[in-house]
Design a protein around this ligand. Sequence first.
Ligand code: ADP
Ligand code: MG
Length: 345
Amino acid sequence: MSIEVRNLVKSFGSFTALDGVDLKVADGELLALLGPSGSGKTTLLRIIAGLDWPDAGEVLIDGEDALARGARERHVGFVFQHYALFRHMTVFENVAFGLRVQPRALRKSEAAIRVRVRELLNLVQLDWLSDRYPSQLSGGQRQRIALARALAIAPKLLLLDEPFGALDAKVRKELRQWLRSLHHEISVTSIFVTHDQEEALEVANRVVVMDKGGIEQVGTPGEVYDSPATAFVHGFIGESIELPVVVRDGQIRLGDRSLGSAVDGTPAGESRLFVRRHDLQIGPAGSGVLEGKVARVRSFGPVHRAEVALSGGETIEVDTSREGELRPGEVVGLNPRRFRIFARN
Ligand code: ADP
Ligand code: MG
């Protein structure tokens, strides 16, 4: 099922939660909506689902106006962060629920329901838990059952709102891989909401980056990481260091230092330079376009992270893999291997 959203606007009182959103989702895609808390992800998802309605704009499902139809008629399956499974029902009955409450004309026979539930439990690899109750499952197992339950009615669209948000880091990572391969198997059009950039980049084939009710960029994980379209995207995805620079006469300046010539199209005037932490090369004093003094070094595993006070007054954090390379008090040179410059808004 394909989805198209056109110029969607939604306000709550005087607050604009969605500010003219345009988006196309192709059939069979696994798309991530990524953005900080409050950026409008859930609002957008609820409108696509038919759980809420916009003030203006259009939602087209397979080219047809979806706003005239309710959630049930849109054939949508949901999984939320806290998807309350029915506590008094076994896993099996939880998954069977959606099939049992279908209108009589569509309802399957009891034997067919049992076959379908078995299939779904196999799909989420939890058939061995079918007689348990939700309280006897781990958080990760519960979310997999919630997914099986959402898939029971064979939805044409699957919407997942921070489905792994309440789980611990290790389980979250396992479930990312699992969700990817599950999607590969069933290839139902899916929209996955998360505020976790690593999760979005790892799970989805396209990522929609949102901020303040608007879309900042849509692209593959590689595109949003390597070619961020805005300062917000650069700062939100990957570990970025931001420095205030001035671009004048084709030169990039930080305080009284020149960082070299600006490429064509670089905004002139006061601007923001962004560099990924791993793109900032450290060397001995005098070796870099920037110079700073090491204030503090912290080590964890293979990473040695140094706080460096730049001569201009800013403090940044840089990484080095060589133990003992950096010592507090030492003066170092810094060279950004790659960076991008965005206008100060
Ligand atoms: P996200 O899912 O990205 O965290 P939401 O879509 O839930 O963001 O919310 C976007 C903004 O809209 C938030 O600032 C939130 O407080 C506001 N909002 C969402 N739903 C309501 C509501 N029913 N009433 C008032 N404000 C709301
Ligand atoms: Mg939300």
